[in-house]
Ligand binder design. Structure first.
Ligand code: GLR
Ligand code: MG
Length: 429
């Protein structure tokens, strides 16, 4: 019995992969045909393995390697020591700055945040292995679920039918570049997944065009929650204009302007709730943003907040200050969606449907894809995360990463956009 329960880590495997991604548009540019992710596997002395997933760009891989080595001999339940160990063994690159990470559209890029983004995948992998060892689902390790299903929203994107030069995998979505295209995309996402709320990724076209698209959505889906997220592409004046135009139909406006100071100005001028995954993305940013009432909803993301347990700490802080919580998403696979669903299931007072890019990801590394029903996912009660690694799929996506000449090893939406528009610069209104 003792041997079967041996929680000592005897193996850590890091597998960078490239997954296909459609030509989704945002204020930074366009998604590349392939985007990098890193899959982390830990194995215990008892032969139990657990999986986690995070960003796969080189700067994350370089931090993950020493942490993987240092974890040998540690235990999968020694989770509070994980960030301490990471800080000890990982050399964060010197050029890391506090400047806003325009490429990832997810706020500042501090050394801590970079490290936490790596730690999160190891934490999830350890929780998965621990849960499998104990016969408990991850949500039970976090204190237990308070709901059996988690709501997700339809994540709508302006998009092209194909990547520039016809690169990458093809899909049958066609383009969505105007209100009719956005509504058609929303209808298909509803048909296929049953979503009952909608988020449009904005900052792509002039605000009047995006206002028209949101109005078209409101007409097509009356009474259903709608959000618009231009990733900080607007001035305070433009943000207040859009808030006035759409105030009666928006559930919230997400990051209309960039940074806490501008968000606070917008917030002071409108009753429309403001959400963010850009100006509150680390613990040190919370105090100023909450004191200035710059945001009313924080969109957590276990990747850069440092894992599922840190997400719960963030949730407690938000509750204390009467700030709402929901969940942000970047391009991700089914391992992360399982992790997101487990932690979302444990957080009391989750009043908004979570974001997920998952419907846009045709490829995965798990044997059974998650299926949204009525826009929801069931919370798994199987031991661990409740997902099984599809080794053949993982190998194939890893091979793609190995065979790539480096072009897609870093996500760079602006570079991808310059293939179509050589003079491209990020637009601001
Ligand atoms: O809610 C958000 O801001 C995001 O999901 C940021 C992402 O980078 C998204 O805009 C994307 O992948 O295009
Ligand atoms: Mg956002």
């Amino acid at each position: 019995m003792a041997q079967q329960r041996d929680l000592t880590i005897t193996g850590v495997r890091l597998t960078p992969v490239l997954i296909s991604d459609p030509p989704l548009l945002n204020t930074q540019g366009v998604h590349q045909p392939y985007t990098p992710r890193l899959i982390v596997e830990v194995t215990t002395a008892a032969g139990v393995s657990g999986v986690g997933e995070t960003y796969g760009d080189t700067r994350y891989l370089e931090l993950a390697k020493p942490l993987a080595d240092a974890l040998q001999g540690c235990r999968v339940d020694d989770l509070n020591n994980l960030p301490i160990l990471a800080a000890l063994v990982c050399a964060v690159p010197e050029e890391t700055s506090d400047a806003v990470d325009a490429g990832g559209l997810r706020g500042v890029q501090t050394a801590d945040k970079l490290l936490l983004s790596v730690v999160s995948a190891f934490e999830v992998a350890c929780l998965d292995a621990l849960g499998k060892t104990l016969g408990l689902p991850v949500h039970a390790l976090l204190g237990g679920k308070v709901r059996d299903t988690v709501d997700y929203s339809a994540y709508l994107f302006y998009r092209w039918a194909e990547h520039p030069g016809g690169q990458g995998e093809k899909d049958d979505w066609g383009d969505a570049l105007d209100p009719a295209g956005v509504v058609a995309q929303a209808r298909r996402l509803v048909r296929e997944h049953g979503f009952t709320s909608f988020k449009l990724k904005g900052g792509v076209f002039a605000p009047e065009q995006e206002i028209a698209a949101v109005r078209a959505l409101a007409a097509a889906f009356p009474e259903q929650p709608l959000r618009l997220d231009p990733n900080g592409a607007w001035s305070v004046e433009t943000s207040l204009h859009v808030a006035r135009e759409l105030g009666d139909i928006l559930e919230y406006l997400e990051d209309p302007a960039a940074g806490t100071a501008l968000m606070a100005e917008v917030s002071a001028g409108t009753d429309v709730p403001l959400a963010t995954n850009m100006c509150v993305t680390t613990f040190p940013e919370i105090a100023e943003a909450f004191a200035k009432d710059a945001v009313q909803i924080v969109l957590s993301d276990h990747h850069y907040w440092g894992g599922l347990r840190n997400t719960r700490e963030l949730a407690a802080i938000c509750r204390t200050f009467g700030v709402g919580l929901s969940m942000h998403s970047n391009t991700h696979l089914g391992i992360s969606l399982a992790a997101m669903t487990h932690v979302a299931a444990t957080v009391p007072g989750l009043h908004h449907a979570c974001d997920s890019h998952y419907p846009w990801q045709a490829e995965d590394v798990i044997t059974r894809r998650h299926e949204f029903r009525g826009g929801r996912l069931n919370v798994s009660d199987a031991p661990g995360l409740g997902v099984e690694l599809d080794r053949a799929a993982l190998d194939a996506l890893h091979r793609r990463w190995l065979e790539d000449d480096g072009t897609f090893h870093e996500r760079d939406d602006a570079a991808a956009m310059r293939k179509a528009e050589p003079g491209w610069v990020t637009r601001r209104w």
